[in-house]
Design a protein around this ligand. Structure first.
Ligand code: MIG
Length: 752
């Protein structure tokens, strides 16, 4: 407890021993095998190769022979076949198309140029005797840095020191709490109008990006293993994310019901309570796609069970809700209760499915069920076992699973497993120290792939708290235990934008705030924001006041309902953006700087975001606030509510009473806009809203398919490009012949 008092800052021993850092030194020998350059150093070894004309990979290991293995994050990574290699006494050169890489031999350094512009310069690699490895690259002191996944603070991470170690943090989420649930060691260095470079340190140990200590340099490091790095030289931010998601995969198109409004609570404690919640949505005619079951549904927190007192007939409950168009998503934690009479535990023990120490004894830790064992998701056979266990839910009609506590969180001093627990990557043994940050990713994989097999030709929904780079391939991410604080509403925006710039297009924060007590005004303002973010779930902790749409008063409910309805009307546009995210890796929610990469004014804007390219949202983030300043990038914008034209390239003071959130659409946009519906399971007619652009054409796009299956991958979709001339002539260009709900003739033109 004393660490929360002044005792925490008792006088330190000044000038304590600094850790000694050693250089890896010179390139001693090199081998080129036509694809990969391999070499030895004064200390250790390295390799380098090019993946395509924008990406290179190098790895330096100060201690061991360096392996080309990557973590589960990486899906595509082949050296190009026809790179040019040459070699002088002082340097090595590797070239492919417009990408040129130079290695200096006398003291290892690496320079990468694209189109003749230097976009990356690694000036040194060093290490400590305790196996930490450091790389240093050059950067102008002011150049902004984005990415790093789910971190607290503002959009631009330049000037900060950020570490990655998946941690269950109930409180507090603030600037000083750097380690949260996800670890994505990827930064995007963007010098507006100059260069954009992505640096992905694929090393699952605790990693650090120090953008603070050195003025014109960034030092990145890992507490073990090699400095295994991918460098992506992009044309701009989007192109760099495209490059990064080529390596780590894109966010797959989610089932459309997962984009609707979701209602949760820790916990709805009985069948009756769940029915009451569903009934209230129906009574008040508020759209709803999903209700969550938190840990109280289980029998003493045994996963894959129902508590017979509280949920005597879960089958009927789920069936009944499904028939009303409501999905049910149960929580599944990794901890398996130590109980010899519990089949999941017994099977896990007898089949050696649990994480163990090196002597084979099972690691036990305390979580909700009491003493528990933790599946070793690193093994394919454990992934299969765990995946199939979900048949317990899917046979009842469940199509989505919520994974929590998978950092993994354990109730002890270190908050997680012992670091010397072993994980078995199908034959390769690694310590928990190395595997810790991967645990959630492997669990997500097991969950997603299990569901996919159990419910044939159906896109599963999985939601995870913990993850590592590449998590987007398996799960949506929610940002964990935030609070009903205005500051947390504000912080959720840069968090979600940086997740997007780290490959995770499908994310959201608990609307209304999880812990602490929500207020009517906060619920309204938060719902207004959530309606425009990729994942939209209201969730709150036990013992806090309820925050369902009707929980406060009629006025609050009316406004909350209006924005849930509006969310559904934006789903055709949103779904089209998810289609784009799957194709290109470009996220659904984007910071202004992504669409206006040369605009220096936009580099630090954390409190406004773009939904796709053309819809800009500038939320109210303080109680009582009805005015705020908004930055409008170049061009003409329209106010969504009063249709007024606004000139960009400057700041404006905008007004929004409690019933509105400032939303603007770029001139020249044709926005697909759906009719009001009860949820995504209802057929939705789509019309068009066009925002005039002088005498130029207006353009839009709509992607449609069956919302749920994988048939779209066999061509059963329709992608409609809409071009509207200034005199009202509409042309559509279609790919695919899936039946469309778009009524092209129903078009409203604003600004004429
Ligand atoms: O420590 O399952 O972040 O969303 O409601 C609490 C109970 C464990 C933490 C999750 C939260 C969830 C809660 N869980």
């Amino acid at each position: 407890m004393l660490e929360h008092t002044s005792y925490a800052i008792l006088p330190s021993e000044e000038g304590g021993a600094e850790e000694q850092v050693h250089e890896v030194g010179a390139v001693e020998s090199v081998k080129w095998n036509g694809k990969v350059v391999e070499g030895t150093l004064t200390e250790g070894a390295f390799f380098l190769y090019l993946l395509n004309d924008q990406t290179l990979r190098f790895s330096v290991h100060p201690f061991e022979k360096v392996s080309t293995d990557s973590t589960l994050a990486v899906v595509e990574d082949e050296p190009v076949e026809d790179a040019d290699y040459s070699d002088t006494d002082a340097e090595l050169f590797l070239t492919y198309k417009n990408l040129q890489v130079t290695i200096k031999k006398n003291r290892l350094s690496i320079t990468a140029q694209r189109n003749g512009k230097t976009a990356f310069h690694l000036s040194g690699v060093s290490f400590t005797k305790d196996k930490k490895v450091f790389g240093t690259f050059e950067k102008d002191a002011k150049t902004p840095i984005y990415g790093l996944g789910e971190k607290s603070g503002f959009l631009n991470k330049n000037g900060e020191k950020i570490t990655n170690w998946n941690t269950d943090v109930f409180a507090p989420h603030n600037k000083d709490t750097v380690e949260l649930y996800q670890s994505i060691p990827f930064v995007l260095i963007h010098d507006p109008g100059e260069t954009t470079t992505g640096v992905f340190l694929d090393n699952s140990h605790r990693t650090e990006f120090d953008m603070q200590t050195f003025k014109d340099r960034v030092r990145f490091s890992a507490e073990g293993g090699p400095l295994n790095t991918y460098i992506i030289l992009g044309e701009d931010i989007k192109d760099t994310i495209r490059g990064y998601t080529t390596i780590t995969g894109t966010t797959p198109l989610p089932p459309q019901w997962s984009l609707g409004y979701h209602q949760s609570r820790y916990s709805y404690r009985s069948e009756e309570e769940v029915r009451e919640v569903a009934a209230a949505f129906e009574k008040y005619e508020i759209p709803l796609d999903c209700i969550f079951l938190d840990i109280h549904y289980m029998n003493d927190y045994r996963v894959f069970t129902f508590n017979k007192d509280r949920f005597p007939n879960a089958n009927n409950l789920i069936k009944e809700l499904n028939e009303r168009g409501i999905d049910v998503v149960p929580i599944v934690d990794p901890g398996v209760k130590k109980d010899v009479e519990y089949p999941v535990y017994r099977e896990g023990v007898s089949e050696n499915f649990f994480s163990t120490y090196i002597d084979g004894s099972i690691y036990y830790g305390a979580v909700w069920p009491g003493t528990s064992a933790f599946p070793d998701f690193f093994q394919s056979r454990v992934q299969k076992w765990w995946g199939h266990l979900h048949g317990f839910y899917t046979e009842k009609g469940v199509r989505g699973i919520w994974n929590d506590m998978n950092e993994p969180s354990v109730f002890n001093e270190s908050k997680t497993m012992d670091l010397d627990v072993r994980h078995n990557q199908d034959g390769k043994l690694i310590s928990h120290r190395e595997g810790h940050n991967l645990y959630g990713l492997y669990m997500s994989k097991a969950t997603f792939e299990g569901l996919k097999e159990l419910i044939p030709n159906t896109r599963p929904f999985s939601l995870t708290r913990a993850g590592y780079a590449g998590v987007q391939r398996y799960s949506a991410v929610w940002t964990g235990d935030n609070r009903s604080h205005w500051e947390h509403l504000e912080m959720s925006l840069p968090m979600i934008m940086n997740l997007g710039m780290s490959g995770v297009a499908f994310s959201g924060a608990d609307v209304g705030g999880f812990a602490s007590d929500c207020t009517p005004e906060l619920l309204v303002r938060w719902t207004q924001v959530g309606a425009f973010l990729p994942y939209f779930r209201n969730h709150s902790v036990q013992d806090s006041i309820y925050q369902e749409p009707w929980a406060f008063n009629k006025e609050t409910m009316t406004i909350v309902k209006k924005f849930i309805q509006l969310r559904y009307q934006f789903i055709p546009y949103l779904y089209t953006l998810f289609h784009e995210a799957e194709k290109s890796g470009v996220p659904v929610v984007r910071p202004l700087i992504m669409e206006y990469p040369e605009d220096k004014e936009a580099t630090d804007i954390s409190d406004q975001f773009l939904l796709g390219r053309d819809v800009m949202v500038a939320p109210m983030l303080r109680p009582g606030q009805t005015h705020r300043s908004v930055y409008f990038p170049e061009g003409t914008w329209f106010d969504w509510w009063n249709e007024e034209e606004i000139e960009g390239g400057k700041f404006h003071l905008v007004y929004a009473d409690l019933e509105t959130i400032p939303v603007f659409v770029k001139a020249g946009t044709v926005l697909p806009f759906g009719d009001e519906v009860r949820n995504t399971k209802e057929q939705q007619r789509v019309s068009l809203i066009a925002f005039s652009n002088g005498d130029r054409d207006m353009r839009g796009r709509l992607y449609e398919d069956d919302h749920i299956s994988y048939n779209y991958q066999k061509g059963e979709y329709v992608l409609t490009d809409i071009v509207l001339s200034s005199d009202g002539d509409v042309k559509t260009y279609k790919q695919g012949d899936f039946e469309s709900n778009l009524v092209v003739s129903d078009i409203k033109i604003i600004g004429k």
